[in-house]
Design a protein around this ligand. Structure first.
Ligand SMILES: NC(=O)c1ccc[n+]([C@@H]2O[C@H](COP(=O)([O-])OP(=O)(O)OC[C@H]3O[C@@H](n4cnc5c(N)ncnc54)[C@H](OP(=O)(O)O)[C@@H]3O)[C@@H](O)[C@H]2O)c1
Length: 285
């Protein structure tokens, strides 16, 4: 099955992770059915989702009806309610792909995963749903708040499942998450150069900050330091080839960094306050 433009139910889509995943899957053009224990609550969540983009209007339904309507069913509910929800959707998911996001956490000790006797939440789901259901487990390490704020997902998304074709379908769905398409070696060169400059700008020590963010202006990667900063008369020149303020520099590092950024579809800019530090921002539109 191709993942493209599929009807996807998000069981527990009123919650933190489900709402975030629904947002991104809707934007990727999939038809989303939010599932909830309350159909009214699901409708309200679907209406909220509709304003965040997507070409197909999302809708809400009770969990069982949502599972019935979909080709792919995401389970995004707390571990405490995992078994009960699986029992509720089981009659409607035969032959379907069920993507289980559950991390077996038992409050109040949520800092430690408490593995079920089956070995994992996904194996428990597979046992409960039976072999006729294709369970894939994924997205456990993706932070809900990042999805909801459209922040870049700066981690690998781990996907487990018996069937490579099903894993591939989920991989395609994960590709809809905010990310950048860039040459990793070139990106590493740019970031390495920026980090090295930042460290050199703080010979007495300081704070190096590397952040990623996503918003209406695109994805941004920033490297900041609390070092000497750049003199106002130099700020406009630092990306020029052969311009340097370093005693032994040749003035190519930032010129190459900007050129590599541009060839990967990004801009590279700087904000600096003499005496307080600098922040370089690589922004992917
Ligand atoms: N939050 C994250 O960053 C994150 C990241 C990765 C994985 N996960 C996993 O994803 C799953 C969902 O996490 P979440 O943070 O999205 O959970 P959540 O917001 O607390 O709950 C998700 C939804 O589950 C439903 N639900 C069903 N039974 C429930 C119960 N007994 N108590 C409370 N809610 C219940 C609720 O929907 P209705 O009331 O509409 O039925 C709720 O909106 C968990 O297994 C978690 O381990 C979470």
């Amino acid at each position: 099955m191709q993942a493209g433009k599929t009807t996807i139910a998000i069981i527990g889509g009123t919650g933190a992770l489900g709402a975030g995943l629904a947002r991104h899957l809707a934007r990727a053009g999939h038809a989303i059915v939010i599932g909830s224990r309350s159909a009214d609550k699901a409708d309200a969540a679907a209406q909220a989702l509709a304003v965040s983009g997507g070409t197909v209007k999302p809708r809400g339904a009770g969990n069982a009806d949502a599972a019935k309507a979909a080709e792919i069913v995401f389970v995004t509910v707390p571990w405490a309610n995992h078994a009960a929800i699986l029992d509720e959707i089981a009659p409607h998911v035969a032959g379907k792909l069920v993507v289980d996001t559950t991390v077996p956490l038992v409050p109040p000790r949520v800092a430690r995963v408490q593995m079920p006797p089956e070995g994992s939440a996904a194996l428990a789901a597979q046992k409960r749903l039976g072999t006729g259901v294709r369970v894939v487990s994924a997205f456990h390490n993706v932070a809900a708040h990042k999805l909801q704020k459209d922040e870049a997902i700066d981690c690998d998304v781990l996907i487990f499942g018996d069937d490579p074709k099903d894993r591939e379908v989920v991989l395609e769905l994960a590709k809809g998450l905010p990310a950048v398409s860039a040459d990793p070696d070139q990106l590493l060169l740019v970031v390495g150069n920026l980090v090295s400059n930042a460290v050199q700008a703080m010979p007495e020590g300081g704070r190096l900050t590397v952040t990623t963010a996503s918003g209406p202006e695109g994805l941004a990667l920033s490297v900041g330091d609390t070092g000497a900063g750049i003199a106002a008369e130099h700020v406009g020149k630092i990306f020029e080839p052969l311009f340097t303020t370093k005693p032994r520099g040749i003035g190519l590092g930032l010129a190459v960094a900007r050129s590599l950024s541009e060839s990967n579809g990004a801009t590279l800019t700087v904000e600096s306050a003499p005496g307080r530090g600098s922040r370089f921002v690589m922004r992917f539109a």
